[in-house]
Structure formats: structure tokens, C-alpha cells
Design a protein around this ligand. Sequence first.
Ligand code: TYD
Length: 208
Amino acid sequence: MNMGLFITLEGPDGSGKSTQIGYLKDFFEANNIECIFTREPGGTHIGEKLRNIILDNENSEMCDMTEALLYAASRAQHVEEVIKPALKEGKVVVCDRFIDSSIAYQGYGRCLGDLVRVINEYAVGDCMPDITFLMKLSPAIGRSRIDTNDLDRLEQEKLEFHNKVYEGYLKIAEHYRERFVCVDAQRDKEAVRDDIIAAVEKALKVRG
Ligand code: TYD
């Protein structure tokens, strides 16, 4: 369905996604390839409002199903308003987190199970990523890399929750092997970048 290329980045908090997104920006700019960078939750005016509700530490009473539905709602808006139109124009879209974050965090982390995949398949329709990079890094190391004085509602969860999320990610990557590229994110950032860029170059070649 897509004429463009849809790339998503996934992984635990602190796994270096933002740094790698910076490198991807440099790569697409240097190669004169039209590309948009976006994120979830958020990416649209409505999505950013939903993001504030979801991540707000004051909303401690939010139940797990509400959380899952809000992420999916933000995603539905993002797909219709931003991602699909850009892909239709033949652009590359790079998204910091997408459907697999919900399956990992809400499906596995919150134990809502396969229902999360079903809800999100409604939210995204046929707009699935072409390549998903999974930054492989133990949540304990990820946590040691982030500023623990400024944690959002999800980041504040116990390490036990983040370990369940990570195990979920590994299962998802195994299940959707055709689109997942797993990257050892414990190495230095340039080595991680080289693996990611090599996979992107390969995908661009296949697209022609
Ligand atoms: P964010 O600040 O974007 O985290 P990061 O910089 O690590 O990507 O916050 C998003 C948080 O929301 C993050 O902890 C992961 C979580 N999340 C979900 O639980 N489900 C989802 O569907 C998405 C997109 C994110």
C-alpha cells in the first residue's frame, strides 16, 4: 500500500532511540531523501494533548484499559493525519515508538494481552511499518542512563514492569521477524548507528 518507507524505533526507556533518530536525520539529509520525523504518543495536535493526559504523573488513578485506549486513539489520529499522507507522497516516515510499544507496554507490561494488538489493528488499519528497529538493552541499564528526577507516569513504574515489557518486545520481534531488525544497543552509539543505517540502505535499495 505504501509508496514511501515507514520506519519505527522501539525499545526500553533509555535505550538511545533519540540519539539514533538524530543520526537518521543526518543520513536522510545528506542523501537528499524527503523524510518526516514524528513520535508517539503525540505527533498531532490532538495526539500531543492525549500524550499529556497519558504521561501526567497526577493521573495515577488511570486504569490500564483507559491507558491502552488513549495510546490507540492518539495513534489512529497520527496515522490518518500525518503518517498515511506522507507515505502516499512517497516520503520516508520515521516514528519514535508505534504499535509495538502498545503491545509491549500495555499488552505485556500491563498484562492486557492480545486485546491490545486487536485494538491497535483497528487504529492503524493497513498502515504497518516496513522496518522496526528494536534497541536491545536490559531495562536496568536503560534506567541507569535516564534522568530519574524527571520520570513520567510510565517511566516511574518498577523495574519488574519494565522487565515484562522487554520480554514482550523480544517475543514480538520473534513473531514479526520479517519487519524487525534487532540491534544490540549496549554498544557505543556509532556502532549502533552503522547497523541501523546499513539496514535502511538495504530497504531503500529494495524500494528502488
Ligand atoms: P516518551 O517520553 O516518548 O519515552 P521515550 O523517550 O522513552 O520514547 O514517553 C513515552 C512513554 O510511553 C514510554 O515510557 C513508553 C510509553 N508508551 C506506552 O506505554 N505505550 C505506547 O503505545 C507508546 C507509544 C508509549
